[in-house]
Ligand binder design. Sequence first.
Ligand code: NAD
Length: 366
Amino acid sequence: MIFTEMEHGDYEQLVFCQDKQSGLKAIICIHDTTLGPALGGIRFWNYDKEEDAITDVLRLAKGMTYKNAAAGLNLGGGKTVVIGDASKDKSEAFFRSLGRYIENLGGRYIAAEDVGTTVSDMDYIFQETDYVCGISEAYGSSGNPSPFTALGLFRAMQRTAKEAFGSDDLSGKTISVQGVGNVAYSLCELLHESGANLIVTDINEKAVQRAVDNFGAKAVGLDEIYSVDADIFAPCALGGILNDDTIPQLKVKAVCGSANNQLLDIEKHGQMLTDAGIMYAPDYVVNSGGVINVADELEGYDKERATSKVNNVYNQIDKIFTIAKEQNISPQHAADHLAESRIEAIQNVKSVFTQKDKNILSGRRK
Ligand code: NAD
């Protein structure tokens, strides 16, 4: 059953990690390492069934292959899920045990934070292996990813505006923002500086008030956000919010936000947006600024270099819209195509003998 699924999705490796003393139960999935080591976060989740954890790790690891490839990173895709209750099952021993399993993969998988894990958890892992990002600043961390995710989102929005309105200038444009948390607050700051008008909503009243006070945003109700008169809608809270109920309400010409899995049904709702003449910027490319920034740690973190790579999200979105037009496919499918064709092209590079191969050979004789 598992091998059938691995074969179907072309997965490389699934590793089950167990440590009785610390209580560790984790599954590391390496989907594809054509472009480089598989980078992906560690999700700590109280799964009801082991099967659910396996399904989740397979889905998330493959998603990281596409995200890293479409972002232009030299990284493959992987993920770890840890089965447990993040509020009571964590300990130093737990993460150091996981760190040893990661070390044993010899760099094929590089860990990072995800839902349920924190910087201090990554620091414990770092005691056992170098193959981890998102460690604390004292060890050379790239810091809080949210401002970088916001910068990538802002650049994606500029390119999306160019597609929808003929110019990437956002001044005078009205952007509706759902959820003004870590990413969207930084986005609102960039948009405000650019002369855009903001309409915001959030379940957290303080978050809304902060955007109203600091950026002159107009506050609206939670359900009202879909039908406001705006140019671009930025979903930055939840997945599945582009669906049968919400799409008919939209008056915007484009959707570009940081939330994951915005389309409830990729085929159906992607098509509904296209039919309604609404330009959709694919979420996993739009929100890739955070992973681009954290991945820079692998080269010895340099904020200037990381910022310049995050700015490149503009060009990745440009490629996606070009592919979508040329092939008459949705932007979501064009993003998948960009990722797949990049992996295929690198896979097909002729394997001429290089100095690097020579070093590998001479290493055996030492
Ligand atoms: P966050 O928790 O700081 O912000 C989310 C905000 O949405 C919160 O203020 C919350 O109150 C609000 N919210 C929740 N439910 C809502 C609802 N029903 N209606 C309106 N508002 C609601 O999270 P974040 O780090 O800013 O991330 C935002 C989104 O972007 C998430 O979907 C996240 O998965 C995705 N994302 C974030 C990053 C990152 O670097 N932080 C990277 C990639 C993707």
